[in-house]
Write a protein that binds this ligand. Structure first.
Ligand SMILES: Nc1ncnc2c1ncn2[C@@H]1O[C@H](COP(=O)(O)OP(=O)(O)OP(=O)(O)O)[C@@H](O)[C@H]1O
Ligand SMILES: [Mg+2]
Length: 312
């Protein structure tokens, strides 16, 4: 049966594994159907996306299957290796399977699952959804808590940015980071580890999301090695909304580096005071102050395209 371009794209979009595409066509035939070089103009974008998805499904074919009470996951390539866990693609690009390397960190994984459940109780787009959290027992009878997270496609961690960022580009990241934190704080959740690896941005959409909620809560039991923490965490193992505000501010000033305007430095200094009670406590109120400052410095807001490439 001959497939049209649209049909092929739809089949690939809906396939969870390469096997779903059926045995009647080889990879080469699918690739020919949706190859970006073979289609013109308006179809180019759809072709590029379908072609990339096809390649990923093919690379993951025959991968291991993981059965849980809720689903059967097809475990694909390793996508990231964080401080404590390995994250693998599951079900194409839909989700990530986060598995702690040591079962000693199961409590942190449970902490993350609990935080995400609380965050999503009243909805919000600033953190990935938790699809499932379960205990997995491997062949050696080692039990690990595994979190299945919605995969944030098109997002990259700000740790990927290598050069000092213009304050006007950092502005949208800063604003959305404060909105995300305000949302978490309203749900009663402190992130506790606002660092480069955990703040994801979507450069085209100017979206921001926070990942890795393992360290969340008022009494952090672990810290990210090498990260800059405020005194209350280092000294008293305590965290509050003011802790997130400190870490977010420190992160943004690192990002802007030597391009930080004086007035912005003064604004940041107030958020970096040693005593958490002396800092702003409310991310949304702070956002209003940031907006006022941005208005004074740069005038009315405009959309500035931002790209992460070799250059920055
Ligand atoms: N939902 C997600 N979508 C896309 N990328 C993600 C997502 N979650 C995490 N990542 C990427 O994977 C990296 C590692 O994730 P994470 O920080 O959660 O793991 P970890 O540090 O090993 O976890 P932990 O220390 O909490 O056990 C992140 O820096 C980020 O780039
Ligand atoms: Mg991490």
């Amino acid at each position: 049966m001959k497939l049209t371009f649209e049909e092929a794209v739809r089949r690939i979009e809906n396939a969870v594994s390469f096997e779903d595409l059926g045995a009647d066509r080889a990879y080469r035939e699918w690739a020919k159907l949706v190859h970006p070089d073979a289609v013109g103009g308006r179809q180019g974008e759809a072709a590029t996306a379908a072609f990339a998805r096809l390649a990923r499904l093919f690379a993951e074919r025959g991968g291991t299957e993981l059965r849980t009470p809720q689903a059967v996951y097809r475990v694909g390539a390793l996508v990231a290796s964080g401080d404590l866990a390995d994250l693998s693609a599951v079900d194409g690009n839909r989700a990530l399977l986060k598995v702690p390397r040591s079962p000693g960190d199961n409590d942190l994984m449970a902490n993350e699952a609990e935080a995400l459940r609380r965050l999503w109780r009243d909805g919000g787009p600033y953190a990935p959804r938790l699809l499932e959290s379960f205990l997995h027992e491997d062949a050696a009878r080692v039990r690990r808590r595994v979190n299945v997270l919605e995969r944030l496609n098109g997002f990259v961690p700000v740790s990927r940015i290598r050069r000092a960022v213009d304050a006007r580009d950092a502005a949208w990241m800063w604003r959305r980071l404060l909105i995300g934190l305000g949302w978490a704080h309203r749900a009663g959740v402190v992130h506790g580890a606002v660092v480069e690896e955990h703040v994801l941005i979507h450069p085209q959409k100017h979206a921001v999301a926070l990942v890795d909620w393992c360290y969340s809560g008022p009494r952090p039991v672990a810290v990210v090695p090498g990260a800059t923490y405020p005194p209350e965490v280092r000294r008293d193992k305590e965290a509050s909304p003011a802790t997130d505000i400190y870490m977010a501010t420190a992160l943004m000033t690192r990002l802007i580096g030597n391009r930080l305007p004086k007035a912005m430095k003064r604004f940041a200094d107030g958020c970096l005071l040693d005593a958490p009670r002396m800092r702003p406590q409310d991310a949304w109120t702070l956002l209003e102050e940031l907006d006022e400052l941005l208005g004074k410095l740069y005038g009315p807001r405009t959309f500035r395209p931002f790209r992460i490439d070799e250059g920055n």
